[in-house]
Design a protein around this ligand. Structure first.
Ligand code: N01
Length: 538
């Protein structure tokens, strides 16, 4: 579709921002409802996260068949995943297939970054300005801007002096980067850094890893999907969907109902070993019911994992740098790895602990720390994202009486159930702050989120309601529910993108509901059954 400048505002029923996993499905649902829909997408193609994050080694940490869309049984059955945890290129191919198979592209304007959105009370519409002078209006505005999409680039002095190549992982050049024989520095050792480091170590001449905080990583245990496995997955749509809907995070993994300390130590260790040997997140989400709430229970798992890490590294001094301390196991999303720790046994890899040897500046030829200069050809920033609210506040969104969304989140995010924000009528935030859609196998939770938004719009149309907005009181009570849930876990005490602690200056506040999808669904259904209690219609 053309992206030529428009002077007179076109009118649509709904504008969706983003053509990633969420945006494509939201478009599909609204179009089925008979609405006119326009999707704006910043990138030149569909994919969102899976378009931008084409760095070396990017792949799923959820089982491929559990991550796929479930809205079409035919789609589910006809797609063949080549690996249990698919690489980024395969996922992007899948998303392109979805866009083409359901003829979605004709509703999407690519290379169109949304810059400004404003609510007009007089005609009860949103006016939306996007790149290239595009001006449109719509009754409903729906953000599908991603949970982990707003790049976090740290402000390191001297960065502009660097004469080599520098990239953030989430803006990796689409054509790739030739790292063969180069001296490469990687800053950041979260899930992204781990995937990059383990993938490039044997290709580069020298790899210097700048680690601020060690993370508990666990083996992914990826493998090709055999023909027999594919047959089994594609014929198990109904059973699989039921299973995914019954687990706290929409993964195939769910915890053992017992409390860790109720289980005799030998049995507990045997259970940890069993989970460790399995593929995927069972070694995090499949432990005991109190593993993420009781410090003593958690420590049994943390000690087990620390020991596993230690066994894989030849140099005890390096091992000690890589082992997390004073950090619960699993209070951050666990990076799943393949031979990550063995990388540090290689002669061409050097680990710099930047807590004891801080980066003082970047200079023309590399990175200078308090102890040394590291000459580099390429610097890779695997420094993460301004998660959940980052991409929302980077758009100038103005609600009632011109109130800015960015300003209203300054002292911490607020919303009612992650679906809507008070002061922003008819704005729906897919995977919005304080929603139950993040601590999750993301597409499973998004799909439900989108179904609810679509049902709500359908309800408004059939009940002649023009405007919906949550009350400030509903937001206040919801925030209490979220905070109470977090207090029962070990999450709030651990710095991460879960609570905004990774972004300097961002309010440190939990950004999501952590009570699990099953409970969140129950609360949501109860709210709907009480006539959308907490929302106000006009
Ligand atoms: O980001 P992160 P990520 N100086 O925030 C360091 C998903 N994901 O992109 O821990 C030096 O986790 C920072 O250090 P510290 C997944 O949900 C999924 O890796 O703040 N270092 C940390 O080491 C994941 O949780 C997959 O002390 C700095 C790193 O950068 C989420 O994305 C793959 C720094 C950032 O880690 C985010 O992962 C990849 C600074 N100024 C990602 N600032 C799958 O497998 C930050 N760091 C599907």
């Amino acid at each position: 579709m053309s992206t030529t400048a428009k002077t007179d505002a076109e009118h649509f029923d709904a504008i969706v921002i983003g053509a990633g996993i969420a945006g494509l499905y939201q478009l599909y649902r609204l179009r089925k409802l008979g609405l006119s829909v326009l999707v704006f997408e910043d990138a030149p193609d569909v994919g969102g996260t899976w378009y931008w994050n084409c760095y070396p080694g990017a792949r799923f940490d959820s089982e491929s068949y559990s991550y796929a869309y479930f809205f079409s049984k035919e789609l589910f059955e006809e797609w063949t995943w080549s690996e249990h945890f698919a690489a980024q290129s395969e996922t992007l191919r899948y998303m392109r297939h979805v866009a083409d198979r359901f003829d979605l592209r004709r509703h999407i304007r690519f290379n169109s970054r949304v810059e400004h959105c404003a609510w007009n009370e007089a005609d009860k519409t949103w006016s939306v300005h996007a790149g290239g002078g595009q001006r449109v209006r719509a009754k409903y505005l729906i953000t599908a801007v991603g949970v982990l999409s707003a790049t976090h680039m740290p402000h390191l002095p001297g960065i502009e002096e660097f004469k080599g190549q520098a990239y953030h992982s989430s803006r990796w050049p689409q054509g790739g980067v030739n790292l063969k024989g180069k001296r490469v520095g990687v800053i950041g050792t979260g899930s992204t850094g781990v995937q990059i480091i383990q993938t490039i170590a044997d290709e580069v001449d020298r790899l210097v890893v700048f680690q601020r905080t060690p993370t508990y990583c666990a083996p992914l245990r990826n493998a090709p999907v055999t023909a027999a496995e594919h047959e089994a997955f594609s014929s198990s749509y109904d059973a699989l969907l039921e299973r995914l809907r019954g687990t706290p995070g929409g993964f195939i993994h769910s915890p053992d109902e017992r409390r860790a300390m109720e289980v005799p130590e030998n049995e507990r260790l045997a259970y940890y070993e069993k989970k460790w040997a399995e593929p995927g997140f069972g070694k995090w989400l499949g432990l005991y019911s109190d593993s993420l709430s009781d410090p003593a229970a958690n420590e049994t798992a943390a000690a087990f994992v620390r020991n596993k890490i230690r066994q894989r590294i030849n140099d005890p001094a390096v091992a000690e740098k890589l082992i997390p301390r004073n950090q619960p196991f699993g209070a951050k999303r666990i990076p799943l790895e393949t031979h990550y720790y063995e990388v540090y046994n290689r002669k061409n890899v050097h680990l710099v602990d930047i807590r004891s040897e801080p980066i003082s500046r970047i200079y023309g030829r590399g990175i200078r720390t308090s102890a040394a200069e590291y000459e580099l050809d390429v610097i890779i920033f695997a420094t993460g994202f301004d998660a959940i609210t980052g991409n929302l506040v980077r758009i100038d969104i103005r609600g009632t009486e011109g109130i800015s969304l960015a300003d209203s989140f300054k002292s911490g995010p607020h919303s009612f159930m992650g679906l809507q924000v008070a002061g922003f009528p008819n704005l729906f935030t897919i995977s919005g702050p304080l929603g139950g859609f993040v601590f999750c196998n993301v597409p499973r939770c998004l799909e439900e989120n989108i179904d609810w938004i679509t049902d709500c719009i359908d309800y408004m149309r059939s009940h002649a309601r023009e405007v919906i907005e949550p009350s400030a009181e509903a937001e206040r009570l919801w925030n209490e529910t979220v905070q109470e849930g977090v207090r029962q876990t070990l999450l709030s005490g651990t710095d991460s993108w879960f609570n905004g602690a990774n972004i300097p200056g961002k309010a440190r506040a939990i950004q999501m509901y952590v009570g699990g999808l099953v409970e969140f669904r129950r609360l949501y259904q109860e709210m709907v059954s009480k006539g959308y209690e907490g929302f106000e219609f006009r």
